[in-house]
Design a binder for this molecule. Structure first.
Ligand SMILES: Cc1ncc(COP(=O)(O)O)c(C=O)c1O
Length: 304
């Protein structure tokens, strides 16, 4: 099962392309076995722990996550014979809790006000108290390497003429690893990081200026950062569903929104957006319908 991680399709979104010279592409990470880009990272984190002989059969892995990494680690831990405990901030999308419960993953909730930093600190305490091994997605170099060796190289092979890459910023692993890979081969490529507005939460991505600067994020490799509102992200999720037939997660709507804004500024480009997960796990709350109602209060609501 772990061999099926990565190698995800890069598809053209021809119906959403705004002008003839600009082509839009999406890297469909929802097609990984646990349904998100984090399968790549979970495997790399655990294999890094194995390489430094930190694990024995049955070892306890501990991680802080808003959901996708926790779900991905569940697959990797089961396949490799480890136990797993995850710290998830209270208030993430409800279906993430159901998925983790169904997978039989032990969860500890951290207070939402303590943010991601609070979740990371709690994971640290849990690991110490229970003799667990921290997989460390927020600071392990393995996170970046998974994107350099995997995501980045795949994009280069699939679209050697890529001009722009757009990805959300959570740990910063995707944007940093892919930026390093693409820029090593294509010095003129532009890499853009996407964040929600201060105070807003979109599943998996955070505002860097809000008090937690992800240690792995290499801002020197970025050509720009773009703030996207919850309403903008959700409206694009709905558009990609209706116009292209793809059901994608909330952060995919955010990257697509930024790709379309970039497209307004250039005459010719081949823009790759990261679609980090698919939309199924967000269905119970049906946020897309609310977004289409153009409710201005959406900007004040947390859509995870
Ligand atoms: C849905 C989603 N999009 C984007 C990201 C951001 O990816 P990264 O942590 O590599 O910055 C995450 C991370 O958890 C995510 O779950």
């Amino acid at each position: 099962m772990l061999d099926t991680i990565g190698g995800t399709p890069l598809v053209e979104l021809s119906r959403l392309a705004p002008k003839p010279g600009v082509r839009l592409f999406a890297k469909l990470e929802g097609q990984n076995p646990s349904g998100s880009v984090k399968d790549r990272v979970a495997r790399a984190l655990v294999e890094e722990c194995e390489a430094r002989h930190a694990l024995v059969p049955g070892s306890l892995l501990v991680e802080a996550s808003t959901g996708n990494t926790a779900i991905a680690l569940a697959v990797v831990a089961k396949q490799k014979g480890y136990r797993l405990k995850v710290v998830v901030p209270e208030g993430v999308a409800p279906s993430i809790g159901y998925i983790l419960e169904t997978l039989g993953v032990e969860c500890v909730e951290s207070p939402p006000m303590a943010g991601m930093r609070g979740a990371i600190e709690l994971a640290d305490r849990v690991a110490r108290a229970e003799g667990g091994v921290l997989t460390g997605q927020f600071y392990s170099q393995a996170n970046i390497d998974a994107h350099y060796q995997g995501t980045g190289r795949e994009i280069l092979a699939q679209l050697p003429t890529v001009t722009h890459f757009v990805a959300g910023i959570g740990t910063g692993g995707t944007v940093t690893g892919v930026a390093r890979c693409l820029k090593d081969h294509l010095p003129d490529v532009r890499v853009i990081g996407v964040e929600p507005h201060m105070g807003e939460v979109l599943q998996g991505i955070r505002c860097v200026d809000e008090g937690f600067a992800p240690p792995l994020l290499d801002l020197d490799r970025l050509d720009g950062r773009f703030l996207v509102s919850a309403a903008q992200a959700l409206q694009l999720c709905k558009r990609v569903a209706v116009e292209e037939g793809l059901l994608v997660g909330v952060s995919s709507g955010a990257t697509l929104h930024v790709a379309l804004r970039l497209a307004e500024r250039v005459e010719a480009a081949q823009i790759v957006c990261m679609f980090a997960d698919s939309g199924a796990k967000y269905l119970p709350a049906n946020p897309w319908e609310a977004a289409m109602a153009l409710d201005p209060r959406l900007d004040e609501v947390h859509w995870w």
